[in-house]
Design a protein around this ligand. Sequence first.
Ligand code: HEM
Length: 152
Amino acid sequence: MTITVTLHLLAAVLWVGGMFFAHQMLRPVAAELLEPPLRQRLWVGVFNRFFPVVWGAVITIAATGYWMLFVTFGGMASAGIYIHIMHATGLVMIAIYLYVYFVPFQGLKRAVAAQLWPEGKGHIDTIRDWVGINTILGLVTIAVAAGGRYFH
Ligand code: HEM
């Protein structure tokens, strides 16, 4: 449990913290300072570095989460409500990430390679919206998961 919950938490911190930084700090400054071609190349470069971390986080969170749920806690029935909420919002977050990775991110890479900047902007806007939603979901999930067991 010590190792599994620690890995689970580190993965959540890297994923949600990375999204928060990208969405709240990097995005507004890049939009203000950079013209579309440079801005879109910046995002492809940033995502090429961040998304492998997110793949690692998603796999770690799911593996350690299900291990704790089924091996340590003995299954869904004996888990508290906060674990069910975390499980549900966690699955939604993973689904959103898979969509962002396989649809708009692949589209953005194709658009940037072909220098189709208006098309690239459309994909960046889609990624921005879904990453914004996932950041909020991630913060809520952490709050529910960490505070849940003390809530009576
Ligand atoms: C497949 C989805 C997930 C499953 C099955 C799962 C399962 C679990 C389980 C069984 C625990 C141990 C609870 C306890 O010690 O009382 C836990 C802890 C935790 N999880 Fe998840 N989890 C999932 C996704 C997530 C996600 C996406 C996040 C955050 C973005 C998250 C954040 C946390 C946190 C912060 C804790 C620590 C709670 C504490 O002990 O203080 N989990 N998770």
